[in-house]
Design a protein around this ligand. Sequence first.
Ligand code: TRP
Length: 325
Amino acid sequence: MLVAHTRAMTTPRFVQLHREDSAALRLELAQGLLGEPASVSPKFLYDALGSRLFDAITELPEYYPTRVERALFTRHAGTMAAIAGRGRTLIDLGAGNCEKAARLFDVLAPLRYVAVDISVDYLRESLASLQRQYPGIEMVGVGADFSAALTLPPEAGRGERLLFYPGSSIGNFTPIDALRFLRQVRAVAGPGGALLIGVDLVKPKPILELAYDDPLKVTAAFNLNLLRRLNAMLGCDARIEDFEHVALFNEPESRIEMHLQARRALTLRWVGGERALAAGERIHTENSYKYTVDGFDRLLRDSGFARTTHWIDDEQGFAVFLATA
Ligand code: TRP
């Protein structure tokens, strides 16, 4: 009896919410390619190879956000826990390998850990191994695309919530969509809830552009991998050699833009469509908005959070905000 009980407590539960079918995804890809300018949604960046390449990006000296954010969490975790409160339900948005949240377990002492990612399959292994290390924390893996709408299944439970959104992923939304998303976060956090979020800050153009176009060309491979996905999903004939990775800081918009630029005039052909590109014409693949501290603070308040605290690495220009409802 006791053994069975212990076993039940130390097994994570998994829930997969609605998932787009491949016909819808193919339609989205084709519509993007036919747009003006042509574009491919960044959600296609993270297949098995893309996720590995992104992990490699986080090891690059030029890509400062991961490293600087980790240092901020390590240095200020005690204060963060004092404000956010211990013993909460920790909800990790875009959890991946769950590593960032796991580093905070000892100090935050969550009662429940809810890891959310686009596919529940990404979460199975990491959550099972975390559960063995922390048998006292109830663990739930949720597969959901929260970029369009943030809804959690009943398995997320009712306890007081701390939402966790690290890595400056908020920068991948346009400011309007970021506001819409943060309002949903505020609603999901509920009364007494909080949000812990990492935000990359505006800084000199050369530093930003190097972070998104490293000399080892890992970021270039990450971006170019989209062409492999186009070929696989649409039956497209894109040749990787025909494209160049371009990352540029658009100062008026305060965003890094990523593009795939045609090295020569060419036509992409796929099952049911085609798109001609002139030499130098670009396919837009991703934006990464950079905020000022005041600008992001305002965004949090506009989203309905009452109080905010932040910690900054001045030298590297990265911030962690803790917002309470
Ligand atoms: N959220 C990360 C960021 O915007 C994702 C990222 C890092 C990224 N490097 C990239 C996205 C290169 C597209 C291209 O910083």
